[in-house]
Design a protein around this ligand. Structure first.
Ligand SMILES: [Zn+2]
Length: 417
């Protein structure tokens, strides 16, 4: 038998009494499925989450409606209560009491009613339909069957809020079939049985079964907070009423934090952040140039030392012949790109092996070893054998990490000449 929907005629009621028709264990452990002869709990329907609250002192976890309009409440058992005891308790009572979470319900009523205003305006202004509505705990979205420009969305938002300021009545009725035939109303699906028509005078006429606020003024505000356009539709993210206030509060908090961080008035934060990002780009560029100059200076020092080292044989042009020599460089901190550039530049000087180690004795070293003409796996093998280094690569270049002291690494690699 169809469940009597009290929310249909009394959307502002918060408590009700009802007779238990059926109470059985739910599929979920620790829960029961309960069918009542009447209910104030709006089920999950039309993209909207179900009401919350309590039934006979037990938390209502879910509310579902089937094709025969029978509404099932899934309720949690009390602590240490068995399903059998709960069923016995519920069925022994002539009537049980239900209380809905009013704050949750009222927020849904505000957001749902706000959606009617937007859908009605989209219909009358552009001939677009509402092709999807979702009212969840986190998000309210409305999909419309056409593309809207930013200007159109702003205009829509202002018109919707004008409807709120006018405080228009929102009425619900079950017109006769004859009257229905004369009505031009929005409907998402083919409906059968008694059709409930929700009217916002001059704004929207729509077939709908959910609870709404009595007058548009109660919606408080409609704010469109996001837009996603696809090929032939537009998804609007919106917030109404208390949700809009919560959204404003959250955004105000963010803006205040940015204002404090940038030391700028709230109205200038975007400009301030843009300036900071510009500063970061310039600093990055300066840092990159400084790193290049540092590597160049180190290279030039290494070159001078080699030129002054009488033990190094000379090429025909008098420059040092480094083809049988290795160079090991240790740096406190160096990013990977600079380290690689440094190693390549050392190889270009003509060394057989050139290794650049970045780090320190305590935390270990990340190394890159390159070779022109040799096999970089050879020094890498020594580091692995002596210090259990981790690394590998090709004969031209290996990379790895080693936990050992600089002096010990230098001693171990001295053999590679
Ligand atoms: Zn509705």
């Amino acid at each position: 038998m169809e469940t009597i929907r009290i929310y249909d005629t009394k959307p502002y009621d918060t408590t009700f009494s009802a007779r238990v028709v059926l109470a059985v264990p739910a599929k979920t452990a620790g829960a029961l499925n309960v069918i009542l002869d009447r209910t104030l709990f709006f089920p999950e329907e039309g993209g909207q989450t179900p009401d919350r609250g309590q039934l006979s002192g037990r938390e209502v976890l879910d509310v579902q409606i089937d094709r025969a309009n029978v509404i099932t409440h899934t309720i949690a058992l009390l602590p240490d209560e068995s399903a059998k005891a709960a069923i016995a308790d519920l069925t022994s009572q002539t009537e049980v009491t239900g209380i809905i979470d009013w704050s949750y319900r009222y927020s849904n009523m505000q957001n749902h009613s706000g959606e009617h205003i937007l859908s009605g305006l989209l219909h009358s202004l552009y001939g677009y339909e509402n092709v999807g509505f979702r009212l969840s705990d986190n998000t309210v979205t409305l999909d419309t069957s056409g593309i809207l420009s930013d200007e159109q969305i702003l205009d829509l938002e202002q018109r919707a809020n004008d409807v709120i300021y006018r405080n228009v009545a929102i009425t619900c009725a079950y017109p006769t079939e004859e009257v229905l035939k004369t009505l031009d109303y929005r409907s998402k699906k083919e409906l059968s049985g008694a059709i409930r028509i929700v009217t916002i005078e001059g704004v929207d006429v729509c077939a709908c079964c959910a609870p709404h606020v009595a007058r548009t003024g109660e919606i408080g505000i409609i704010k469109i907070t996001g837009v996603v356009r696809s090929k032939d539709s537009t998804r609007l993210f919106l917030v109404c009423g208390r949700r809009a206030l919560a959204d404003y509060e959250a955004k105000q908090e963010q803006l205040l934090a940015i204002s404090h961080l940038t030391n700028l008035p709230q109205e200038d934060t975007a400009e301030g952040v843009e300036r900071l990002l510009g500063d970061i780009t310039r600093l990055r560029e300066n840092l990159r140039a400084a790193k290049e100059r540092y590597v160049d200076a180190r290279l030039s020092a290494i070159q001078s030392a080699a030129a002054a080292d009488a033990s190094i044989p000379r090429r025909e042009d008098g420059t040092p012949d480094l083809s049988q020599r290795s160079v090991w460089v240790f740096e406190a901190a160096m990013d990977n790109l600079t380290q690689r550039r440094f190693m390549n530049a050392l190889c270009d000087l003509g060394y057989l092996y050139a290794g650049v180690f970045a780090g320190n004795d305590t935390d270990g070293w990340k190394y890159l070893i390159g070779s022109r003409g040799g096999n970089a796996n050879l020094p890498n093998g020594i580091l692995k054998e002596r210090f259990q280094a981790r690394g590998g690569g090709k004969p031209e270049m290996v990379q790895g990490s080693v936990a050992a002291a600089q002096a010990d690494i230098e001693t171990a690699l001295a053999a590679v000449q």
